[in-house]
Design a protein around this ligand. Sequence first.
Ligand code: PMP
Length: 400
Amino acid sequence: MTLPFATRLNNVETSAIRELFKLLGKPGIISFAGGFPDSAMFDVPGIKESAAKALAEEPGAALQYGATEGYEPLRTQLAHFMQAKGAQDVEPQGLIVTTGSQQALDLLGKTMISPGDKVIVEAPTFLATIQCFRLYGADLVTAPVDAHGVQTDKLEKLIAEHKPKLVYLIPTFGNPSGAMLSRERRLKVLELAKKYKTLVVEDDPYGDLYFGEAPPPSILALSREVPGSREWIAHCGSLSKVLSPGLRVGWLVAQPELLAKATMCKQFSDAHTSTFAQATAAQYLKSGRMPDTLHRVRQVYAERAKAMGDALQKDLGDAIEFTRPNGGLFFWARLTGNGGKLKDSGELAKRAIEKGVAFVPGAPFFATNPDLSTLRLSFATVGVDKIVEGVGRLGAAVSR
Ligand code: PMP
């Protein structure tokens, strides 16, 4: 029997990636396929202490229903966190807490997108955003990305042509591109937002995970340098990649009118983000542990990224093209087909599984015109020795 499901579901399908994930259970597989942070990196003692403090000091608030906008002490801590990263004008009232940044994206879809509306996203971009915006009926238009992030000259042409409801960008260590938008292009994005009166959504779950020099300030932080641009910027933050995704703590910074509408929609959705998780996160941020945690996590991921870059260069040679990321969790690569080697990453994924290594083919990350030669490799959850071994297997799969 088929139920009369809502027509909006016609716009989305379960991703092809899920099929691949079913194969990951095979024993001995080294997986570069996930998008998760490494659970071995979670600061369990710190989170345990923060949870205990939340229960001891504020049991009522931590276990009771709470305000839809978020738990005040957490909003205050998150405002400090953003201020310390250069967004000095973010006040506690200027953000709402969301159930992961995924919910912030959903609320933006719900508040902004009507069926048929044009929305510009990067090519490639975060798969769940493609799916989420499509669920609201968005007609997605793609803007090309290079090693310095979205190409702003092309973006301007697309904005002028399509007059989109919003532009969605992951400017810092994008998933899956790993690219970092230059400061100059960030300023250009702000000029475009202002000039075309277009909402620009900055999704930033990876900005704190840099390996060497810090990236340029977020587009939100730089909006101070372009008077009149701030109201056109919405910024999604998350504790998932730096502290714990299981806490489901994210946030949305935006102008008051948009925040009010998003809050209204959240009220009808989950009422509020878990008060226990929020109180724990607030205690954690207050405890002052975050800088050490970030330092540790950056070091481990930097080592793994270097190992992966070196191994890809050594074992895949000219079969693959990639830029080493300066942060985040991903390598984004393209099979060149040189020397008659494989060019189709979907085919390579099948061969790779046989050799005992997994990655995600890049095609699903494109909202239009998928590039079948691309692939995403995550180094986040695999130790250095296994990275070397896994890339060796990938080399063997490409050459077969
Ligand atoms: N945006 C991007 C670009 C992501 O990669 C992710 C997680 N994979 C999210 C948002 C959602 O993260 P969360 O809901 O855990 O904050």
